[in-house]
Design a protein around this ligand. Structure first.
Ligand code: F6P
Length: 357
């Protein structure tokens, strides 16, 4: 049985990383006495640079509730992994350091980019297991990722508090929620917080429809509206542009995301007072919710089982309330978007929430 286990956290952090690390370690220590856990610092960067340290059983105590990651993390883009920089062959170095550290296997906790590199390393012959973290909940093949529900809770708290001030001042409040590609976090936060309008990348919006929804509320006597906008949302006109063209157009107009433009358009066309709120990384910080602590523990324990059975080249997942795994090769390079016929979208529509389409 594999006994020397490397573990790293890569990409953006999220609540639940430490709870997962703890879950793996606790389950491994239950299974065998002579387990050796090796913490790799700052994700793949640490594996490339050989920055790692042996961990003691006590290192995994008291971290269930701690936000962030005790191992540190960094963004090391997958697209650059096979590109030599200053003559540095990153893949060769990762393989060499895996060997040098005498690892029997490597556990990678991360999102889509992390899974792509995990698959690359698996194809290079390393024993790799991926664990799905991200507040975006956009990893293919799993119903849920750890970090997502904590971010939904935090986002909901933001929208709840925005509601009371929106109502007092009779304003249109536009709340930008993280999620560049997929709108899961904005969708769930919007429903949980009782937003009136939800704008996500999967459903390009028409500003006239957004304004109509605001005016309809005003006509019914609600002088305020709360709109949750995904960081990656775009208009139907922008949907016709290529990603690069869209970014260039926005740069010219002085915007990065659509949020400020939406607020300005609503103000210009209706005269309603508008404000923008961007909780940003607030959504990713702090202690994991009880849901995420449980999920992280389940995922960690399941990964330890895979290690003990010698099942590698896979990614842990949850499907229909059961923890399971997919092949890394199947997960890598895919994104789990909100499908147009998603039941949660239908639920929101039935509640009278507008998607601006
Ligand atoms: O990790 C996911 C995420 O939080 C996205 O929702 C967001 O677009 C991105 O990371 C922000 O990245 P960074 O922390 O590098 O600014």
């Amino acid at each position: 049985m594999a006994k020397r286990i490397g573990i790293l956290t890569a990409g953006g952090d999220c609540p639940g990383l430490n709870a997962t690390i703890r879950g793996v370690a606790k389950a491994m220590y239950q299974k065998m006495d002579n387990v050796e856990m090796v913490g790799i610092v700052d994700g793949y960067k640490g594996l490339i640079e050989g920055e790692a340290h042996e961990m003691k059983q006590s290192d995994f105590s008291g971290i269930l509730t701690r936000g962030g990651t005790i191992l540190g993390t960094a963004r090391t883009p997958y697209s650059m992994m096979r590109v030599k920089e200053n003559d540095v062959d990153k893949v060769a170095l990762m393989k060499a350091n895996y060997k040098k550290l005498k690892l029997d296997c490597l556990l990678t906790l991360g999102g889509n980019g992390t899974h792509k590199t995990a698959n690359l390393l698996a194809q290079e012959g390393l024993h790799v297991i991926g664990l799905p973290k991200t507040i975006d909940n956009d990893i293919w093949g799993t119903d849920v990722t750890f970090g997502f529900h904590t971010a939904v809770d935090i986002g909901t708290e933001v929208v709840d508090r925005i509601h009371t001030t929106a109502s007092s001042h009779k304003r249109v409040m536009v709340v930008e929620i993280m999620g560049n590609k997929a709108g899961w976090l904005t969708l769930y936060t919007g429903i949980a917080g009782g937003a009136d309008i939800i704008l996500i990348p999967e459903i390009p919006y028409n500003i006239k429809k957004v304004i109509k929804a605001v005016e309809r509320r005003a006509d019914r006597g609600s002088g305020f509206s709360v709109i949750t906008v995904a960081e990656g949302a775009y208009s139907a006109a922008e949907a016709k542009l290529k990603k690069k063209e869209r970014a260039e157009k926005r740069a010219k107009e002085g915007y990065t995301t659509a949020t400020n433009r939406i607020a300005q358009e609503i103000n210009a066309m209706t005269g309603f007072d508008t404000r923008v709120v961007v909780p940003g990384h607030f959504l990713r910080g702090g202690t994991p919710s009880s849901y995420d602590r449980v999920l992280a523990s389940q995922f960690g324990v399941y990964a330890a089982e895979l290690v003990s059975k010698g099942v590698f080249g896979v990614a842990v997942a949850e499907q229909n309330d059961k923890v399971t795994h997919n092949l890394l090769a199947d997960v890598a390079g895919k994104t789990k978007f909100v499908p147009a016929d998603n039941q949660m979208v239908a639920t929101a529509r039935s509640l009278g929430i507008s998607f601006g389409d």
